[in-house]
Design a protein around this ligand. Structure first.
Ligand code: ADP
Ligand code: MG
Length: 597
């Protein structure tokens, strides 16, 4: 180690800063796009080759930089974006004046620019921090920045990069994130010379259209809009219905004051808002925009500004959770229409590939003398095809009265002992009875905890359940809540409890299994969860025990009762594991399957 203290050279300082700001090729792209956005561009083109290691080029048509300022732009802490010395008033994406000098210190860098209104443009090269001189450029508009051989002289960084495919993937993600929020700008991405993405600017109602372009129209069709404000902060955007979820949070596009962020507080709030609908390993897809007074937001907590700090965290959390929950509840019976698309596609594919269908149409399977479609002496009468037991008394199945416009229609039959077929005014519905009932029971249990206690079914012979001490310990911490749910028990000794009542709602249950499941659930969750989260878990586990199992034969009356109950139950479009409880096929879908449209 050297003895005396020396001041580091400007270039070393820049390289150190680059270590924080520029993690990988996508960070370069992000900084350059942000600069182009700040420069009020309406068209931004990005070219990458060799997953950004070889070259990243960003060309815009913004306000440009004049000859004098070109050198300044590559100097550390030089920025045109803070008018006063007040860090609290930030109206641009950039403000630290760090990106360009950092990038220029670790690459073969070329910037060319022409100030709007000027006759001629200028360019400046920096070879791994060594500045050239300002020369005339032939550029006619905006700014062009080319970054070649990134990290070539910092091999440690190069080694840390992932495979080409991964780095390119990260760049595409970054590009999409930047383009959603700037829907008034046309964005083009070229990868190794080939156009990969092209998002045209939209003039009216643009953000929704851009979301459609970037995330896809499937998402758009399976999303609900949110819009809300609270104490100086506002939120708007599109969120997916729970049945349209993903195994990772990659498709969550989150913005604060127009800046793409990945913020713990926000993702935590989103998770909380969906906790009733999604298991922990599923993530909603969404694009949300949060706006707060810039003076109540610190964007200067992270070198690449991916994290932010809100002055009033509680307000922001409530805003997010409240608006999402409200939208989900209001969306009520909306279920993933993607499911019906899938069915239609599957049927159509089957039609194209199943050779038996062709045989059927060639007449091979039709007994000419006994054509079920035309013959009066058909051996298949309705009672044979549809078990009499399932028919509403005194009515033929095709005469089911759909006189009332029930959203979930009138039950027609139960098939494979688990699916209810029902007819609505304009289509048919297929219900998974187990999933549907589980949701209903879950909602009832939940409302019992916070409202009127549930009825308990007295166990005639009190049942002794053997459990270990820890299980008994966690169960006994919550006897009051269990009482509200109708589950009554006393501690017998250190190894057993006596159960004297079970929730009426659950019907016949295996008491010992229920208690074991509950105690395991509580043990898993006890450490991290709030009481409310804990109780949700308990309800979910109980609901599973009390549900109409698949395999239970239901009569028409019971089926209709289940349908009416679903209509009256919040969130009944999916079971509490996020799976859909029913799918709907519109008449028009059916007509299209049969080529009538
Ligand atoms: P910051 O964005 O924090 O100000 P940068 O190092 O990214 O710092 O950029 C330095 C300055 O260079 C900016 O303040 C801006 O004046 C100018 N600049 C950078 N890129 C562009 C561009 N594409 N168009 C116009 N001006 C630009
Ligand atoms: Mg910048």
């Amino acid at each position: 180690m050297k003895k005396e203290i020396i001041k580091l050279s400007e270039n070393v300082i820049n390289q150190i800063a680059a270590g924080e700001v520029i993690e990988r090729p996508s960070s370069v792209m992000k900084e350059l796009i942000e600069n182009s956005v700040d420069a009020r561009s309406s068209d931004i083109k990005v070219y990458i080759t060799g997953s950004g290691r070889d070259s990243i080029k960003v060309i815009d048509d913004g306000i440009g930089i004049n000859e004098k300022e070109l050198v300044l732009a590559l100097e550390r802490h030089a920025t045109s974006k803070l008018d006063s010395s007040d860090l609290a008033k930030i109206n641009f994406l950039g403000f630290r004046g760090e990106a360009l000098p950092s990038i220029a210190s670790i690459s073969d860098f070329l910037i060319g620019s022409i100030k709007k209104g000027n006759q001629s443009g200028w360019e400046l090269r920096s070879f791994f921090g060594k500045l050239g001189s300002v020369r005339p450029s032939r550029l006619r508009q905006g700014t062009s920045i080319e970054v070649n051989d990134l990290f070539k002289q910092t091999p440690a960084r190069l080694k840390f990069l992932k495979t080409d495919r991964t780095e390119t993937g990260i760049m595409i993600d970054t590009f999409k994130k930047q383009s959603i929020v700037n829907s008034n700008i046309t964005f083009q991405l070229f990868i190794d010379g080939v156009e990969h993405l092209n998002f045209l600017s939209h003039s009216t109602n643009s953000i929704e259209k851009r979301i459609c372009d970037v995330i896809g129209s499937d998402f758009y069709d399976n999303s609900i809009a949110i819009e809300s404000s609270r104490e100086g902060a506002s939120i708007r955007g599109l969120i997916s219905i729970p049945t349209y979820s993903k195994g990772s949070a990659r498709s969550q596009y989150i913005y604060v004051n127009g800046r793409s962020v990945s913020d713990r507080l926000i993702t935590g709030a989103i998770r909380g808002a969906y906790s009733d609908y999604l298991p922990r390993n599923r993530f909603p897809i969404l694009s949300i925009f949060i706006d707060v007074d810039p003076e109540r937001l610190d964007v200067n907590v992270h070198p690449n500004k991916a994290e932010v700090r809100f002055e009033d965290e509680q307000n922001i959390r409530s805003l997010i959770v409240g608006s999402i929950k409200k939208a989900l509840v209001n969306s009520g019976l909306k279920t993933s229409n993607l499911n019906s698309h899938r069915i239609i596609k599957a049927i159509k594919n089957n039609f194209q590939t199943n050779p038996n269908i062709d045989k059927f149409y060639s007449g091979q399977f039709i007994d000419k003398n006994n054509d079920i479609f035309s013959s009066k002496q058909s051996k298949f009468n309705e009672v044979d095809i549809f078990n009499k037991e399932f028919l509403p008394s005194g009515k033929n199945h095709d005469l089911v009265q759909v006189d009332k416009d029930y959203p979930l229609g009138s039950a027609v039959a139960q098939i494979h002992k688990n699916y209810i077929v029902s007819q609505t005014l304009d289509g048919i519905i297929l219900v998974d009875q187990h999933a549907a009932h589980e949701r209903i029971v879950y909602e009832e249990l939940k409302s019992a905890i916070f409202g009127k206690p549930l009825k308990s079914q007295v166990v005639l012979m009190p049942e002794i359940v053997e459990l270990d001490e820890l299980s008994i310990g966690v169960l006994s911490e919550h006897t009051e809540e269990f009482k509200k749910l109708g589950l009554l028990f006393d501690i017998n000794d250190s190894n057993s409890i006596v159960v004297s009542g079970t929730p009426d709602l659950l019907g016949e249950v295996n008491i010992s299994k229920l208690l074991k499941d509950l105690s395991e659930n509580l043990m898993n969750e006890n450490i991290s969860k709030s009481l409310k989260g804990l109780l949700d878990e308990v309800c979910s586990s109980m609901a599973c025990h009390g549900s109409v199992r698949s395999g239970r034969v239901l009569n028409i009356k019971e089926m209709n009762a289940l349908l009416r109950k679903m209509e009256a139950t919040p969130n009944s479009g999916q079971c509490n594991h996020g799976r859909p409880t029913y799918v709907k096929l519109e008449l028009s879908d059916i007509e299209s399957i049969f080529g009538r449209r």
